[in-house]
Ligand binder design. Sequence first.
Ligand code: NAD
Length: 478
Amino acid sequence: MKKHNLIDGQWVAGASATPNVNPSNTADVIDEYAQADRQQANAAIAAARAAFPKWAQSTIQQRADILDAIGTEILARKEELGTLLSREEGKTKPEGIGEAARAGSIFKFFAQEAVRARGELVPSVRPGIEVEITREPVGVVGMITPWNFPIAIPAWKIAPALAYGNCVVIKPADLVPGCAWALAEIISRSALPPGVFNLVMGRGSVVGDAIVTSPDVDALSFTGSVVTGRNIARAAAETMKKVQLEMGGKNPQLVLDDADLDVAVNVVLQSAFFSTGQRCTAASRVIVTEGIHDRFVAALTARMAKLTIDDALKAGTDIGPVVDPSQLKQDIDYVAIAKAEGGKLVAGGERLARTTDGYYFAPTLFTETTPTMRINREEVFGPVASVIRVRDYDEALAVANDTAFGLCAGIATRSLKHAAHFKRHAQVGMVMVNLPTAGVDYHVPFGGRKGSSYGPREQGTYAAEFYTAVKTTYVNPV
Ligand code: NAD
């Protein structure tokens, strides 16, 4: 069955369709997914616009019940949805199931947030006057999402948008539309009125651009690469949209002399290579002080040699394939770049053959790299990490902050002094102490600084900043 777009409560065939191919096994085509044209994107925006006045007046109980029911169904079907996720994106099945469960929990969290909506009543500086501060929905929210978290990222945008009374038009990444479609199918059977939620699958340059440039979209939440994000922010300024961008990372992971070696190795193994390194929160710059450097590299490469890289759906697989041929080429290209710049390849660096035709790539580690090398400045977005040797903590901190990005940073240490200093001075949105840089909770804010993020934070109670508009009302009770 071909998968269509959801526009104004109706399933509508796209202007064309595209196959969704399993990166673990290119002979396995999941299905054909619609590719909308600009006209269909505009129809979805018009449906959301028309549905907004009524939905904005929906009760908090109505919103809470709908979101809770969606969350319940996602959680009940987490195995099935997680399997679809690994099949289309290539992260392992346990990772896929974990991500699906996270999506369900997010809907349940925002079901509760809907009923917790509150305002403030404050005295005026003028006698007898009262001041009210209230929050209202923003309007029609356009959402553009990347391929690497195909269900969690749509969930963490859709759930707060609906909880606060907004209407939604979402365009998922065209590479992995399966999970977003499955989520839309669940939402389509909820009690949400037609037009409140719309799914338009297709190309960024067509459907994405229609959303970004439409004067009928009030706010835009984007997750993806820096280049696309920057262009989108510029274009969205034309129509004065509220904009939120979550973009790339070049996240540092410090390993200090006093670190617990096992903890440090586990943290780097997970941060750099799990989910095939295709996470905005992946650590790719491993900054190691000289006293532990050689022991750490030896222990890490020994653990890397034991990793199983295979079909994402196979039991026992630690790391699945890269998502597609162009990402595979990017990984291979960066290996060549790092070698040419003088990095020493100590593990991986090559494509792997398995029984199925997939985009398998060996987890890759470089040592003897310097902060100015491209491998330490540009996001690779694959299972590729590089070690930078430093003298001490002070140099490690300076190297960690020497980047255009600022999403997250980790430190492996048993020193309270260094951990406390790092928490305060790492120029990022999220800090991890003796924990992997990737792997965050769903009920607290997510986001970064510098080139990694723009606009209000996502997730947790902080999501209200983006998905509501603040109104200040002055009352003279005569
Ligand atoms: P991408 O920028 O290529 O695409 C992201 C989305 O933008 C896709 O849906 C794409 O179709 C759309 N798009 C592309 N061109 C567009 C245009 N001209 N107008 C409107 N939309 C357009 O990113 P990707 O390759 O899908 O994802 C990987 C990137 O996402 C990495 O850089 C990663 O770090 C980042 N990411 C960031 C976070 C975060 O929260 N910070 C989370 C996950 C991924």
